[in-house]
Design a protein around this ligand. Sequence first.
Ligand code: ZN
Length: 305
Amino acid sequence: MARTDARPALARGPSGCRYWRFVRISHAGIVALGAIAAIGWPVSGRAQGPRATGEVAQQGPTATVDSTSIGRTNRGRLEGGVLLPPSASLRWRNEVATTRWGTRELVALVEDAAEHVSRTLPGAQLVVGDLSRQGGGRFRPHRSHRNGRDVDIAFYMLDAQGRPAYAPRFVRFRGDGSERGGTRRFDDARNWELVARLLTSPAAHVQWIFVSRPLEERLLAEGRRRGSSSELLARAAAVLDQPSRGGRHDDHFHVRIYCAADDRPRCIDEPPFHPWVAAGPTPPASRSAVARSRPARRPRRDRAT
Ligand SMILES: [Zn+2]
């Protein structure tokens, strides 16, 4: 509130007390202020400029503006964010469109992963929670989610008859795959397929998938059971993690991606930098990879390595 109150005070210009003191000191100041009032600059221009610019940025057409993730995930903002749309393979957890904005890379990654799972194991939609707000910035109750590089994803789950199940809230699961306080089951096959795709998609490089430790072990066991490569299992073991702060994550995945190459240096990554992310913290050729991944065709896995 204090900040918005300050702007109209500036707009009052010469009648404000700061300017009055200046006028008393100098006759030349009176002449100067008269000239300023005559051309309408800079007092009124400064007061209105930032607000007008902000409104244009908020309303700009996202399809023609590339996104830029600025700063850190817990202290940043998002320029030119892209709205993640629902599709045949993806639904929002609820209808709050104001919290579904991400970088082009993150939106492409989630779309790609959802399409991959529905192609591999048809019959279920991925359920997506919060990304960032349009323009990013502080987003309670999250610590991060501020610059379009974080997304919360519900677990795929099955009802008592083994059919895909959905809920308007995230649902908590134990390490044995059973629901806390319910009869649904953690969908091992689809959740592993989702993790596997997030770790190999050419759309973006994933730094973290936060999930509770018992569910991490469950997912890795599913990967081994399905004959996943040792390299993929090693990646999953490095990326899946129960965070030391910010909750157990036994009811959703929190996925974070690295900065896109062309968002640097304004976009800032924190360690760790996984060894399979070529050239350290800067993903190579991510822009062209994203462009290739947007049509519904199968991207090449080897591009991620
Ligand atoms: Zn989150």
